[in-house]
Design a protein around this ligand. Structure first.
Ligand SMILES: [Zn+2]
Length: 309
């Protein structure tokens, strides 16, 4: 009886349609309202910390300061032009970016209470709340591919990480867990790297769709799945993005659930998840109660026979 939350970074509602990604159309789907605070566009650690805590960034304290992503103006510019440069120029640009942006600080972790503080709740990696290193590694991979890392190497490591995260999610369904959450950065990293290559990004979406199907197949009776994104990704090949900078975040965040409802905004997710967990807890405790009675009868009998005090 688990509510599983898959945080699919940058899953874009428009590209879900363009790529006919049926795997992420669960029982109820919708556009998810998101926000931007310290930057012009939604910023990953800020939004995911809000999803987990239900709080605005000024209350959970995870903001754009102290972290760097493609959203960094220098990196964002590089991500836009790097696909058109030869490899030695890319390498030079990469060294320039590193020298200008310097050592990266760690992604902060909020002190605020989150949905993963609930009884029997677990979280794997989640920006702003739990281990942020997988996200930093995905950012490093985005930098590396812009500097000339072969795509085969980029995808091997990116999907290797992604596969571990989905496998963890499936494993949690086999344990008495109330809420399980994991953040997956594959679609964001690939979206930045392949914003000018529709076939390559479609392949990435299809692969993530296969991972989602495996999770759906693993859901037990009474388990619920919510998948959602913090923002989408602008590309050169999605018509509504004409005139926008490709490889920057779009406002097309997405949510889908195996229940008859879905949160409307990133601010509503925590409440939605906790309400869903409360419902499944009531159901599962009903079952535990009746099991408990069956155990009590022989216990009482043993007591009568003098085997127990
Ligand atoms: Zn993001």
């Amino acid at each position: 009886m688990t509510v599983l939350v898959l945080a699919l970074d940058a899953l874009d509602a428009g590209l879900v349609e363009q790529f006919d990604l049926d795997a992420v159309h669960l029982e109820t789907s919708r556009d998810l309202e998101t926000f931007a605070l310290t930057q012009d566009l939604p910023y990953t650690p800020e939004v995911w910390a809000t999803v987990a805590t239900g709080l605005p960034p000024d209350e959970h304290g995870i903001t754009g300061g102290g972290t760097s992503e493609w959203d960094n103006p220098v990196l964002e510019g590089l991500s836009r032009v790097s696909g058109r440069l030869d490899e030695s120029t890319r390498g030079t640009l990469g060294r320039f970016v590193r020298s200008k942006t310097g050592e990266r600080e760690r992604i902060g972790r909020t002190d605020a209470e989150s949905m993963f503080d609930a009884d029997r709740a677990v979280v794997h990696n989640w920006p702003g709340v739990a281990d942020g290193r997988p996200l930093q590694r995905a950012w490093d991979l985005m930098n590396a591919v812009a500097q000339g890392m072969p795509r085969s190497e980029f995808e091997r490591e990116l999907f290797g990480q992604c596969a571990q995260q989905f496998a963890w999610a499936r494993e949690m369904l086999r344990h008495p867990v109330s809420i399980a959450g994991v953040h997956v950065h594959a679609l964001d990293a690939a979206g930045h790297a392949y914003a000018d290559d529709e076939a390559a990004l479609r392949r990435t979406y299809d692969r993530v769709g296969e991972f989602v199907r495996e999770v759906v197949d693993a859901l037990g009776e009474g388990d619920d799945l919510l998948l959602l994104s913090d923002h989408g990704m602008r590309t050169e090949f999605y018509p509504p993005d004409a005139g926008e900078n490709p490889a920057t975040h779009s406002w097309r965040a997405y949510a889908s659930s195996t229940t008859d409802s879905c949160p409307q905004s990133v601010y509503d997710v925590r409440e939605w998840v906790e309400e869903q967990a409360r419902k499944t807890r009531v159901e599962s405790e009903g079952i535990e109660d009746s099991a408990g009675e069956r155990i009590d009868v022989p216990t009482e009998h043993l007591r009568e026979l003098g085997y127990m005090d």
